[in-house]
Write a protein that binds this ligand. Structure first.
Ligand code: DGY
Length: 327
């Protein structure tokens, strides 16, 4: 039988991961999987880490690792590698204070997430979800000249708030559909990255030109409910909202009210505050195109995210700098 690698480390997985990722973790470490795949609370994760003598924890976007959970993690745990680019579920200050290394998985999910943003943009503009539900309900009576008329996206202005990797990937896709790109970002991009997009230093000032508004900035205490009723009122009438970032950056009550009144024509949403218990007001809105946080959900991307998380764990275990260290 193959001998385990010398100095095998214990790697705790908080959820089931794709087969190829678990196979690599089991090959290189003593992997502790979460066989029942139940979402664990932060304190349960800490307790499991203590029980199993974990050296590393590979966690996911849904796991809430707040200050209490981080404090409860045994000292032996040196790295918390999250299977996500977002880190809003982790109290980074608590991790920093405890000397816990936190890593994430940037780059590998950029294209998959930008693809979902375009799916939502086109689906919301062309009323795809309404049409699909009409067919499934047996309510389609045949083609008609005025049925489910949507909005042409070509020639419309797409405003991107947060022009990082994913924002730029959304811009390049939307350009192919003939959209004019506007963006707001802390820093203006270099011309070769900007590719003719119009820069707005102040996102507030950009809102009146956003026929479609797509959000691509992280969830923090400062960005909570950034898109509120006042900002919605600055958008052109019947604008479309796309959110593939985090649910907490929009004020659900304000978005639902605007969708109900037609102030917003439609919304395409992949993320929600308090997932999976999304605001019930969304469910009955015909003009809300809703997906269950699928941004990175392709086999290729999820494998790549898992390998990246393991690359980071391997580096820390070997005393090398973690390539995607956040804290
Ligand atoms: C992320 O990576 O932050 C996604 O939301 C989960 O894949």
């Amino acid at each position: 039988a193959e001998l385990p690698p010398a100095g095998r480390k214990v790697v705790l997985l908080t959820r089931r991961l794709p087969d190829a990722v678990e196979a690599r973790a089991a090959r290189d470490h003593r992997m502790v999987p979460n066989l029942e795949d139940r979402a664990l609370s932060g304190l349960e994760i800490a307790a499991r880490a203590a029980e199993t003598g974990a050296d590393a924890v590979l966690c996911c976007a849904g796991d809430r690792l707040d200050a209490a959970a981080i404090a409860a993690l045994p000292d032996r745990v040196r790295v918390l590698a999250t299977f996500s680019v977002g880190t809003d579920h982790i109290d980074l200050e608590a991790a920093r204070a405890r000397g816990l290394i936190v890593t994430n998985t940037p780059d590998v999910l950029t294209d998959a997430t930008a693809d979902i943003a375009l799916l939502l943009l086109l689906g919301a503009a062309r009323r795809a979800s309404e049409g699909e539900r009409m067919i499934r309900a047996g309510a389609w009576t045949g083609w008609s000249p005025t049925q489910l008329m949507g909005t042409h996206v070509g020639g419309k202005r797409l405003g991107i708030v947060g022009m990082g990797r994913i924002g730029q990937a959304v811009a390049s896709r939307a350009r192919a559909f003939g959209m004019a790109i506007h963006y707001s970002n802390r820093r203006r991009l270099a011309p070769e990255l900007e590719q003719g997009a119009t820069y707005h230093p102040d996102p507030e000032a950009m809102l009146p030109v956003c026929d479609v508004l797509s959000l691509h900035f992280p969830a923090t205490a400062e960005t909570r409910h950034w898109l509120n009723a006042e900002r919605i009122d600055r958008l052109p009438l019947a604008a479309i909202l796309i959110n593939t970032a985090r649910g907490s950056v929009v004020d659900d009550a304000a978005v639902i009210d605007a969708l109900t009144r037609g102030r917003l024509a439609a919304a395409g949403l992949d993320v929600f505050e308090n997932e999976p218990d999304l605001h019930p007001g969304y469910r009955d809105l015909p003009n809300a195109f809703l997906l269950p946080h699928l941004g990175s959900a392709t086999v290729e991307t999820r494998n790549a995210m898992g390998f990246k998380a393991l690359d980071n764990i391997d580096a820390v275990m070997a005393g090398r700098p973690a390539p995607d260290r956040v804290v």
